[in-house]
Design a protein around this ligand. Sequence first.
Ligand SMILES: Cc1cc2nc3c(=O)[nH]c(=O)nc-3n(C[C@H](O)[C@H](O)[C@H](O)COP(=O)(O)OP(=O)(O)OC[C@H]3O[C@@H](n4cnc5c(N)ncnc54)[C@H](O)[C@@H]3O)c2cc1C
Length: 385
Amino acid sequence: MFKRELFSAGHEALREDVGAFLEAEIVPHHDDWAASGHIPREVWRKAGAAGLLCRTVPREYGGVGGSFIDSVVIIEELAKRRISGLLSFLQSDIVAPFILKLGSEDQKAHWLPGFCSGETLGAIAMTEPQGGSDISGLKTRAQRHGEGLLLDGTKTHISNGSAADVIIVAARADDGAPGQQPAISLILAEAARPGINRTRIAKSGMPALDTSEITFDNCLVPSGNLLGAEGMGFVYLMTFLGIERLALAIYAQASAERMLRDLIADCDARKGVEGTVLDFQNTRFSLADLYSACAVNRAFIDNCIKVAEAGRPDPKGACIAKLRATDCLRQIAALGVQYRGAAGISGESGSRATQDMVDSAVQSVWGGTSEIMRDVIGRGLASVL
Ligand SMILES: Cc1cc2nc3c(=O)[nH]c(=O)nc-3n(C[C@H](O)[C@H](O)[C@H](O)COP(=O)(O)OP(=O)(O)OC[C@H]3O[C@@H](n4cnc5c(N)ncnc54)[C@H](O)[C@@H]3O)c2cc1C
């Protein structure tokens, strides 16, 4: 839809390979997986064998030592096909980097090869039933107990939560001094440990994605499962959320471009007495506004990608990218129903348009809501003067 300068011939070849894999192995089955709320385990292994997982992980840990732009290509190809089940970037660009950057040599050697091959699945658990926006208010505890740590608490809406073999759990190490933030630790909890219970959550948005509640009831893990330094979890989460939010912005932007392209085509094809729906000035004006917003967002996001690729990720830029891309996406999704008339809610085109509406609602919630993006951007305003 827009001219871009990010991709080499190698990236374009990767795009073709990824597209061919998704068309052959994912698209034909995706409706069934949306109905069951998860994808079969075997699909992750196939994705690993096809080179879709953890491309930025170095070769010594089973990856291909690729760059962030490889991930960008994969995220975009998933979004172009409305794929919600195999959200490989959760594993590749959100969970794996915590282990790669914070893990001990043993932890990296133990977990990363399986992450790359698809033999092992990871999840990250921050959100709790009483609220996900305020991470410093989380209640799950990780208390010292002999040589180990006792985990107690509940996490909710955790992606890949039921299937994951290992869960990075954000938990309170202590309550902090009065008026101060609690100390939060990140802990690798193997899913097979006693005291862990998982329940899949039924949901309408991103339906093929396994989204689960996980309870930890006196779950004992060795203290060697701490990821990074004890009590430093809040700092780590804030640092890594930047790349998570950029990945989510990239997914939202590619979804917005796909939906806008389809909507323009459908408006152009729908003929009435006075011409097509695209001939109405009102339609053209609002689609022109959204096309312009998409164009500006594309330029901004591609710049964020370049900066991240150069090893200088910009957390605030990622918040702006996520806020703008998801806002635009939701507007396109709403018009996607309205401008198709009754066909926006019935038949094949209607089920796609209404699914786009619910899927787009997820985008402005997960990884930090739009209100939280505005809060982060707003709090830093004085520093831009
Ligand atoms: C499909 C899906 C997958 C997810 N995957 C994961 C995952 O893998 N791991 C994980 O940890 N979490 C995951 N989440 C949870 C997600 O990150 C949270 O839903 C999100 O952070 C918001 O938290 P909440 O739902 O508890 O809303 P709340 O925090 O309860 O917020 C409710 C409302 O209040 C607003 N609000 C809250 N605080 C403020 C404030 N300070 N100022 C203004 N408004 C405010 C919010 O914007 C929102 O509109 C997932 C969610 C979904 C839908």
